[in-house]
Design a protein around this ligand. Structure first.
Ligand SMILES: NCCC[C@H](NC(=O)CCC(=O)O)C(=O)O
Length: 444
């Protein structure tokens, strides 16, 4: 039977902006208040997605969320018409307005954790939307994310959707950005690697000192239980707290895996050797564990260029390619490492570079922009086909962006009631293009 690993990329929303909302994410802090270009951001993302489809991979799209989120602002006591809500929030508490206007759902690696059917006890593909409690602006994504994923993967015979974990710091969950799956073939049982930043309940375990550890061990364990992924198929690895303090706020900023390949920085993991041994013991077959030494690429350069926020994809030929941001190509040392990587005799044979700078400036690289869902043929056939990217849908979506998006946005523009109307008009049209039904609050 055919097997696939589909990538579902977040379509960047019309309010994409730089508000400095993510303490611990260096790019987000550095670019706060810079002007953004939502149109360019969305087109860059679509281009990357289309290029992967053109390589023969299964590529889908995840719709953005309704922003500004006036419903949350109302919960915070801002009242009146929608325009008045925006105006009052902008006047007295611009931080809340910015948090409620972020297009952060574009980073769909944080949308959910997904376990393919080959790994789960009931033989279904399991989804748990991430609660993203560590950052307020991201914690308000989960409900709509749930609805969108259910509209895409609606067939209950194949897909099982869980509620997000309870909204508490002890259960901080960041989704697939802290989850990697290794396997021989996508439809064969693999080993799921759950990487966490700290334990909420065991005070003797190390913690970062400066920046937050967003993912807890307890959240990762709960997800493995919910998905029915048993001990033989899972490894829980603590992220090195010292790299979190250097700006590695998710594991996918310091490690990336695909099939039998794991590419990671030597400082990525705490208790590294024991954990890699456990991984090898549980994995059926040969693993390519590619360790990148600090002498070749420093943690600072990894954070700056997003070398590990690349996508490793298996091409129809069976060879692997690495999908990297142009920021890697522009960095002499990192480019030299990638040139060397494709000659190491591992399955990775080529590097393809993409300009996703609008996203990078908020700390999101190629891997942050996609949610992976490994499926067999039957499962793929059960996906809402309108969300899959082909030539026609790419053209339609590109035109849709060009019609509705602005090419310049500053944080102060977020209070413009016209922007809210533009967004709703655009999203209403999008739900028809992608056949998602009424997933947005303004449509309900
Ligand atoms: N996986 C990449 C996630 C990047 C995301 N950035 C942000 O939310 C920045 C938003 C801003 O600062 O405007 C985050 O930190 O969760």
């Amino acid at each position: 039977m055919k097997q696939f690993e589909a990538n579902f990329d977040g379509l960047v929303g019309p309010t994409h902006n730089y508000a400095g909302l993510s303490f611990g994410n260096v790019a987000s802090s550095q670019n706060a208040t810079a002007p953004s270009n939502p149109k360019a951001a969305a087109l860059q993302g679509l281009k990357k997605a289309k290029a992967l489809a053109d390589l023969g991979l299964v590529q889908g799209i995840i719709a953005p969320q309704e922003r500004p989120d006036v419903y949350t602002l109302r919960q915070l006591g801002f009242s009146g018409t929608d325009a008045q809500v925006l105006e009052k929030a902008a006047k007295t508490s611009p931080q809340w307005l910015q948090a409620c206007a972020s297009a952060s759902s574009m980073w769909t690696a944080n949308a959910a954790t997904v376990s393919p059917s080959a790994d789960t006890s009931d033989g279904k593909v399991h989804f748990t939307p991430a609660n993203l409690v560590d950052k307020f602006h991201r914690s308000i994504e989960a409900d709509t994310t749930s609805r969108i994923l259910q509209a895409m993967f609606y067939d209950k015979r194949h897909f099982k959707h869980h509620a997000p974990l309870p909204m508490h710091a002890n259960l901080g969950d960041e989704g697939a950005a802290n989850h990697t799956r290794l396997c021989q073939q996508y439809d064969e049982s693999g080993v799921e690697i759950f990487v966490y930043g700290q334990s909420a309940l065991n005070p003797s375990m190390p913690k970062p000192q400066k920046y937050p550890a967003r993912q807890t061990l307890e959240a990762s364990q709960a997800i493995a239980r919910l998905h029915g992924v048993d001990d033989d198929c899972s490894v829980f690895i603590q992220q090195n707290p010292q790299v979190i303090d250097q700006g590695v706020f998710h594991n996918d900023v310091i490690a990336v895996g695909n099939q039998n390949v794991l590419l990671f920085h030597e400082q990525a993991f705490f208790d590294r050797e024991a954990k890699l041994q456990e991984l090898q013991n549980k994995f059926d077959g040969e693993l390519h564990l590619i360790k990148v030494p600090s002498s070749k690429v420093s943690v600072a350069d990894a954070v700056k260029t997003y070398l590990f926020n690349t996508q490793i994809v298996t091409l129809p030929s069976g060879e692997m390619a690495i999908i990297a941001p142009t920021d890697c190509e522009e960095h002499v040392g990192v480019k030299a490492y990638l040139d060397e990587l494709v000659e190491l005799g591992t399955p990775i044979k080529q590097v393809l570079y993409f300009d996703v700078k609008q996203s990078m400036q908020n700390g999101g690289g190629p891997a942050c922009l996609r949610l992976r869902v490994a499926m067999n043929e039957q499962e793929l056939n059960a996906v809402n086909s309108q969300v899959l990217l082909n030539d026609e849908r790419y053209q339609i979506l590109t035109k849709w962006v060009e019609r509705h998006y602005r090419d310049r946005l500053l944080p102060q523009d977020l209070a413009d009631p016209q922007l809210l109307m533009e967004t709703r008009t655009a999203l209403d049209e999008l739900t028809h293009i992608l056949k998602l039904g009424s997933i947005y609050p303004f449509q309900r």
